[in-house]
Design a protein around this ligand. Structure first.
Ligand SMILES: Cc1ncc(COP(=O)(O)O)c(C=O)c1O
Length: 311
């Protein structure tokens, strides 16, 4: 028998099969929605799911709502509680992906004025394993698609319509036999992966594109910056990065909630360093994985531990 699963829609928990919206929904036609991707990591030793940096995800969601003029009747704390209650109710004793979506729910398609559209919120939770195979370094391709400038589309938050670019880039990379795409900015500097931030290590210095490089301000990115500084004594420099610097880097890695922390072994058929996971990447990977499951006592406040009850 398959277990009954639950979503949150219209202010209450409902069976997944009843969490539906109509075909005229504005967000379906125009991408007028803001979402988050949050991971719950199963900790076998503790018998709990560790939700990584839950409140920070909702703070970013609410920043996106502000830009898209979506008004939710919930604070970040309310959204955290809605999430932990739903996770408990679903009873998943495994890794999960938590997907809240704040959207323009009005059933009117021909209206481009955000101010006159109704707002809705839905939350779903699904069992989730690896998004990308991070047991080996990735083979990446510089995409022919460029990351939009913030002046065309707000890039620091997760607005649904923005993801068309990521989807085109990822699809192109996979079709060409690569694992992942690296997107450049309009000026040719490096922005990020299709769903990950990018870090480069050269001569022991870690660099990553900054906020004005049109990348998403990733929560994993922020965690890695803090872990590198506090646990390894390494500052991360935020600056413009040229494409060719990546070819000459000792190590490159990608970070994201879905992709975790994954080494890049090759870019455009050129090996990065030795082509293997480099020593600093490996150290950060180990720290990151122990932290997200709630096993790094220095960062236990980053993890919301939930015991699955079910029913
Ligand atoms: C375009 C993009 N960049 C970077 C990231 C990484 O962000 P985070 O670490 O908050 O998941 C994501 C993932 O959500 C993303 O979609």
């Amino acid at each position: 028998m398959t277990q009954k699963t639950w979503a949150f829609l219209g202010g209450k928990q409902v069976p997944d099969e009843d969490a539906k919206v109509g075909v005229k929904t504005h967000a379906l036609h125009y991408g007028t929605a803001v979402f988050e991707g949050i991971r719950g990591n199963w900790n076998e030793r503790l018998g709990k799911v560790s939700i990584f940096r839950l409140k920070e995800h909702y703070e970013r969601l609410l920043r996106g709502c502000k830009i898209l003029r979506i008004e939710l009747p919930y604070s970040a704390d309310d959204l955290c509680k809605i999430t932990t209650d739903l996770l408990e109710k679903n009873g998943f004793a495994q890794d999960v992906y938590i997907r809240p979506l704040a959207f323009k729910g009005q059933e009117l398609v021909a209206n481009l004025n955000l101010n006159t559209l109704d707002d809705e919120f839905v939350l779903v939770i699904i069992p989730f394993g690896a998004y990308i195979d991070n047991s080996r370094p990735l083979r990446c391709q510089t995409s022919s698609w460029r990351r939009p400038m913030d002046s065309s589309m707000p890039t620091g938050v997760k607005i649904s319509g923005l993801y068309t670019t990521s989807i085109l880039a990822k699809t192109e990379a996979i079709a060409a036999g690569f694992d992942e795409a690296i997107l450049l900015n309009q000026d040719g500097s490096v922005s990020e992966g299709s769903g990950e931030n990018l870090f480069m290590i050269r001569d022991g210095v870690i660099s990553t594109p900054g906020e004005t490089d049109n990348c998403l301000l990733g929560i994993t990115r922020d965690s890695v910056i803090q872990l590198a500084k506090d646990q390894l004594g390494l500052d991360v420099v935020q600056r413009h990065i040229h494409r060719s610097e990546l070819y000459l880097a000792d190590e490159v890695f990608l970070t994201g909630t879905a992709a975790h922390l994954t080494a890049v072994g090759e870019l455009d058929n050129r090996a990065i360093g030795s082509g293997e996971t480099g020593p600093i990447t490996k150290q950060l990977q180990d720290l990151y994985f122990s932290t997200v499951v709630g096993d790094n006592d220095n960062y236990s406040d980053w993890c919301t531990m939930v015991t699955p009850s079910g029913g």
